[in-house]
Write a protein that binds this ligand. Structure first.
Ligand code: SF4
Length: 317
């Protein structure tokens, strides 16, 4: 039994099981227009892995055959630069699914991508946009020089289209993470600061703030010395909060890697920890098995359960 399961057991919460799968998170490729230093996926412009059409079509068949799955979230890399992104979005929307996409924002300022915000608005796609902070220096330190200015330009364009505007039905959530190996600050204070500063400095509005802490795999893990890594994991463990278990993202999700394999979450796609279930791939999808599976926990789960926990539960409200 791993240390996370032992903690669950101490709190009468073992084993961690799926509650109700109503969402597929499709990672359509690791290539990204950015090379952020906190990226657990190790995404960059040099990555080449992307979901082939065959897997995209199998995913669409699963969505079509399962009314229980009402939500498709698309992630990457920069999902928008993969070849079948628009096809996947339009097909899922035509089936009546709610579609959300993770975005680095910078992608909308790239050549050939300028029409993407209009496409997303027309399909009422929710946007989960990476903006680690409202402060330019902090964003550029984590995501590269000039990123903040491009992100602000992209957010203003999305606001012009109605994203973030009350009553428009076009939702945008910003994704915050601290700079280093630390817990996030109080969620309500962060929301207030983001709202006030982005409004006052740039006139930007948004619907939700999603708060993560940095996942020590991929590029972020390599930034840490072994001592820093050990201290970070201990900090997370010491701050285990049993109240976070009810809203863990993995309890309603199947994550799909670009090659069609299933995982409990996108963090686990990055860490290479597959589902503990006989249904392992789009080729042998079995809703009943996946819906009854036990989550393949590991010490990385302390990331989602420390302090306030990962706040993705409210990002699709
Ligand atoms: S890392 Fe988080 S989302 Fe992934 S399986 Fe563990 S608790 Fe669930």
């Amino acid at each position: 039994m791993n240390i996370f399961d032992r903690k669950l057991k101490e709190n009468g919460l073992y084993p961690l099981k799926v509650r109700w799968v109503n969402q597929i998170v499709a990672n359509v490729g690791y290539r990204c227009v950015q090379r952020c230093r906190h990226c657990y996926m190790d995404s960059s412009p040099e990555r080449t892995e992307e979901m082939p059409l065959e897997i995209v079509n199998k995913l669409l068949t699963i969505l079509k055959e399962h009314d229980e799955i009402s939500l498709l979230e698309i992630t990457g890399g920069s999902p928008e630069i993969t070849p079948y992104f628009k096809y996947l979005v339009s097909s899922a929307v035509d089936m009546g699914k709610t579609v959300a996409t993770v975005s680095d924002l910078v992608v909308y300022t790239e050549p050939g991508m300028q029409d993407m915000p209009e496409f997303l608005a027309a399909n009422r796609v929710k946007i989960l946009a990476s903006l680690p902070h409202y402060d330019e220096e902090k964003v550029d330190m984590v995501r590269g020089k000039g990123t903040y200015a491009k992100s602000v330009r992209a957010l203003k364009r999305l606001n012009e289209l109605g994203y973030g505007e009350e009553g428009s039905g076009l939702k945008i959530a910003l994704v915050h993470a601290p700079v280093g190996p630390e817990l996030a600050r109080d969620k309500n204070i962060l929301i207030e600061e983001f709202q006030t500063n982005l409004k006052e400095m740039h006139g930007i509005v948004f619907n939700h703030l999603i708060i993560f802490i940095n996942m020590p795999v991929g590029r972020f893990r390599r930034l840490l010395t072994d001592t820093e890594y050990t201290e970070y994991m201990q900090l997370l463990q010491d701050n285990f909060n049993p109240d976070t278990i009810g809203t863990l993202p993995c309890r309603g999700v199947v994550s799909v890697a670009p090659d069609g394999r299933f995982f409990d979450c996108d963090f686990y796609v990055a860490a290479g920890l597959p589902v503990k279930c006989e249904s392992t791939h789009v080729d042998n999808f079995d809703y009943a098995l996946l819906n009854n599976r036990e989550i393949a926990t590991s010490p990385l789960c302390f990331l989602c359960t420390a302090g306030q926990g990962a706040s993705c539960a409210d990002c699709h409200s």
